[in-house]
Design a protein around this ligand. Sequence first.
Ligand code: ADP
Length: 397
Amino acid sequence: MKVLVINCGSSSLKFQLIDSESEQCLAKGLCERIGLDGSMTYAPEGGEKVKKAIDMPDHTEAIRLVLEALTNPGTGVVKSLDEIGAVGHRVVHGGEKFAKSVVISEEVLAAVEECNDLAPLHNPANLIGINACKELMPDTPMVGVFDTAFHQTMPEEAYMYGLPYEYYQKYRIRRYGFHGTSHSYVSARAAEVLGRSYEELKIIVCHLGNGASVSAVKNGKCVDTSMGLTPLEGLIMGTRSGDIDPAIIEFIAHKEGRSIDDIMAVLNKKSGVLGLSGNLSSDFRDLEDGYNRGDAGAARAMKTYCYHVAKYIGAYTAAMNGVDVICFTAGIGENAPLVRNLVCGYLGYLGVELDQDANRKRGEDIVITTPGSRTAVMVIPTNEELAIARETVRLVG
Ligand code: ADP
């Protein structure tokens, strides 16, 4: 079956068409600045990537352009839309309602809408994408795959905050966690690559991209994760602060005479390694360059970032009473040997011994520790689109 995977943001839309039998991506692309001065990037497998400016007033128009590109006689990869058997949608927040992927129905849409409060930037956009597809492909089955679903197995002691219980009862304030599709895919893949049973392993996954989170996966189930009610909690990220003392918000608001909304924007957009480095960059390629040429801001950001990752690994080792495998994934986890080196420098107590040659490799599922290392460290490139396509086929195939 050919599955169209859609990841819809408020003004952007990423897509991939995946052949579920070969698990190959047939074409992929991105619509940006929807509703503004739109542009579309499209790349058929093995073909040239083309970016062009093109007006797209709304998401329905963006999806119409995607379907047109996929069926275009010149650059398309299918003859007609009938060849697309299903659509898989990434949905950011499923609250407590969705512990698994679901076939989208009117009831599901209403339940997703009820989670809008919990992810006001993401869920409404995801719903717009689903509705646009419904309009253009009314007879094609659709599946929603939730970023939060994999983490729904966390025990109460891992997901509750030390707040008045009534806030949980009234507003469902708790840890939900995100990047679940990636944590699930990477942990299962690590077991597969090692030829070990997923149900018998204690795995820590470090998903280090622009957004970053760590999760503890014990016997195939998530038992803790670093993002919380929102994706702001946990690790230091590209521009997000991660964990801070909550009293800092009031402190800065008073000192600088600014509103809570202003401070939240600082925590989301101006903090993380960008802020720590003194605005050098949020991109680890720049930070790595800076670190290597002795830039103090880059060194501060890099060291603080890696220290926090190592602290979470320690916490999750305790949560699982041990760890067998530590996985690095996503843009930084897959591509930054320096980050893996600095993090693993803290893991002597786990008997971690890095194989430096393996640590320099890229783009493959690989063990980067020596055969004698007591704990295995791996790099597993994530593939959220493939995971969404698999879930879609499992439900409608
Ligand atoms: P997201 O999906 O959260 O937007 P990604 O997983 O694509 O993010 O990660 C993007 C980040 O990966 C970039 O900001 C950059 O810091 C980092 N990155 C990408 N390539 C490299 C590289 N070659 N070396 C170091 N960091 C890299």
